[in-house]
Structure formats: C-alpha cells, structure tokens
Design a protein around this ligand. Structure first.
Ligand code: NAD
Length: 287
C-alpha cells in the first residue's frame, strides 16, 4: 500500500510547536496573538468550520475575537466591525467565513480587511504577492497542501502537476504555488474537455472540486501523488452520513505513491495554517 500523507499527524506536530511559540510570545510581549472569525447566518457546514477554528485557537493559546452575525445583517454593519478589528491592536488576524448571504458583497468585505491581518490570504494585495512570488499571507488550504508535500520531501521540480478546480480559494492559489515550486502546472475545471486524459499525465494530482468519486482509478497515473482537497458529505450503504473527498480513495490508494485521506489529510492542515498565519502576522507587528 502507498504511504498516506498524514495531515492529521503533521497538523498536531505543528500545533504543538505553535503552542510553545505562543506561550513564549505571550510572556515576551504581554499578550497572545488574536484571531477574529466573522460568520454570517447559520450555514451548518460553516458553523462547524468556525467551531473547529475557534477550538484550535484555544488549543494553542490564540485569543478569539469572533463575531456571529444574523443572516440579515447589513453590509455596513460588517464593514464597521472589520474597520474596528483592523484598528484593534489585540487582533492579528481577521477571517470572513464564506459563503455569506447573497445580499452582501463578499468581495468588497474581503477588500476591507487590512492586508496585514488577512490570514485567509484573499485580499488582492496578498493574492498579487502570491502571483509575483513574493512573501506574504497565503491562503490556508493551498499553503497546507504545500506544507504537507514538503514534509514528505516530495520533489516538485519539473513534475507534471494537474489541479482540478479553479476557485480563488483553492484551485488557483495551489496552481500558483506549484508553479513557484517549479512544477509544470495544468489547471482543469468544469469546462475542461477530456479531463481523464489530462489527469492520467499527472505526477501530482490535486482534486479540489467538491464531487464524490470524480477521480477514479482509471484517471490516475500509476505511482502518482494524489491530494484530495474535496470535502463531501455522503450517505453510505448503512444509511450513515460520512465525509469523503473527490477521489475514489480505496481504488486510487492501491495504485498511487502517496495519497491524502479524507478526513485526516488536507482539512487539519488548513486549520493549522490559519493558526500559523495568525502567529506570523503577530510576530511581524512585533519585529
Ligand atoms: P468551488 O465550488 O468554488 O470550485 C469548484 C471548482 O471545481 C470550480 O473551479 C469548477 O470549475 C470545478 N469543477 C466543477 N465540476 C467539475 C468537473 N465535473 N470537472 C472538473 N472540474 C469541475 O469549490 P472550492 O471552494 O474550490 O472547494 C472545492 C472542494 O474543496 C469542496 O469540496 C470544498 O468543500 C473543499 N474544500 C476543502 C478544504 C479543506 O480544508 N480540506 C478547504 C476549502 C475547500
């Protein structure tokens, strides 16, 4: 069997290190790093993600300044909150949990966040830095994928990487990071013709779509490295609800070199990169 890329174990190790670092920073500068997660409405998956993020903050000693707005909150009320958090010296990171209800302009809200506190890396300045290959706050899921690849010493130079999915949150930034690491990158999406033909050429295959079983074994090159970003809730044969990725895990596992499980692969890395970005933002204001 191929090796699992164990995101859960790596996330735990990084969180242990962050916890020690947060302790040290707190005693040096007199306050812990602070993160504000803003959530609008009651989307159940979002609520679970937000809870997860806040729990992880507590574990490593980061202070939470989160706010939960009702679904009918006005644009200006969130903007005022963002302004206030931008000014608040105890807050190092601000994250707007997406999606937000349709009456809100999410893009404008993201633009409002101080780029130095933009721990989700979605402000145009940080996306621009990524495009230019400059240092800056980077999107948590793509950064988590790259960290996982680095941990397992996976060489990306000159390798064919195929990213399936082109969202601004996952697909596009992962593609840019792989490019920066000297992979030859192809981005596939919902309009791509002959997807299987492309994915079969991938030494590194990243699935970031949100469709269970989109990637089957016949679409994967033998000995490929497969990163499954997708999170899908499905009802299994026993009528139980469970999480699966975009990859037909059992079949693809047998022929790949490395593969990430779902859950326990990319998900825990995402939360951990958020904590790391918050600590990075804190240390930058103190240096
Ligand atoms: P999205 O809906 O914004 O984007 C999906 C992308 O998939 C689009 O670019 C679309 O063109 C492409 N696509 C759709 N159907 C396709 C098809 N049949 N063939 C090829 N491409 C197709 O979603 P997103 O925000 O990028 O998230 C993608 C998945 O990753 C979701 O399942 C989401 O839950 C998951 N996710 C996981 C984490 C994590 O921490 N593990 C973080 C963010 C998102």
């Amino acid at each position: 069997y191929p090796q699992l890329l164990d995101g859960k174990a790596l996330a735990q190790r990084i969180q242990d290190q962050l916890k020690a670092e947060v302790e040290r920073l707190k005693s040096t500068y007199g306050r812990p790093p602070g993160l504000a997660v803003l959530m609008v409405g009651d989307h159940p998956a979002s609520a679970a993600y937000v809870r997860n993020k806040e729990r992880a903050c507590t574990k490593v000693g980061i202070a939470s300044f989160g706010q939960h707005f009702p679904a009918d909150v006005s644009q200006s009320e969130i903007e005022q909150t963002i302004d206030r958090l931008n000014q608040d010296p105890n807050v190092d990171g601000i994250l707007l949990q997406l999606p937000v209800p349709a009456h809100l302009n999410a893009v404008y809200l993201l633009h409002k966040i101080d780029p130095d506190k933009d721990v989700d890396g979605l402000h145009p300045l940080n996306l621009g830095r990524l495009l230019r290959g400059e240092r800056g706050l980077q999107s948590c899921t793509p950064a988590g994928v790259m960290r996982l690849l680095r941990e397992y010493r996976i060489d990306l130079k000159g390798k064919n990487a195929v990213v399936v999915g082109r969202s601004i949150l996952v697909g596009k930034p992962i593609a840019l990071m792989l490019l920066e690491a000297d992979a030859t990158v192809t981005i596939a999406h919902s309009r791509t013709k002959n997807l299987a033909e492309l994915t079969r050429q991938a030494d590194i295959l990243i699935a970031a779509v949100g469709r269970p079983n989109l990637i089957t074994a016949d679409q994967v090159k033998p000995n490929a490295i497969v990163i499954d970003v997708g999170i899908n809730r499905v009802i299994d044969a026993q009528g139980k609800s469970r999480l699966v990725g975009d990859v037909d895990f059992d079949a693809v596992r047998e022929m790949s070199q490395f593969i990430t499980p779902v859950p326990g692969g990319v998900g825990p890395m995402t939360v951990t990169m958020l904590l790391q970005n918050t600590v990075f933002s804190y240390t930058r204001t103190h240096s």
